[in-house]
Design a protein around this ligand. Structure first.
Ligand code: FES
Length: 65
């Protein structure tokens, strides 16, 4: 599914970019050009960042009993 229509960047490319270390919309844009045009896809890129990183972010939380 295309996330960024301006640069024809799909969700798979963005997830791959996140897996390689991108942590912000700007870093995704630097790596893929997604979001560097009209900007209307920023919210979708941010959602992919949150959805992709959430499990690892939860794993880093301290465990309390
Ligand atoms: S749709 Fe992504 S920059 Fe325009």
């Amino acid at each position: 599914m295309y996330v960024c229509m301006c640069f024809a960047v799909c969700d798979r490319e963005i997830r791959s970019c996140i897996a390689r270390g991108a942590r912000t919309v700007e870093e995704v844009g630097d790596a893929t050009d997604a979001g560097t045009g009209c900007g209307s896809c920023h919210e979708h890129i941010d959602t992919l960042l949150t959805a992709t990183l959430a499990p690892s972010a939860l794993a880093e939380l301290p465990v309390t009993a």
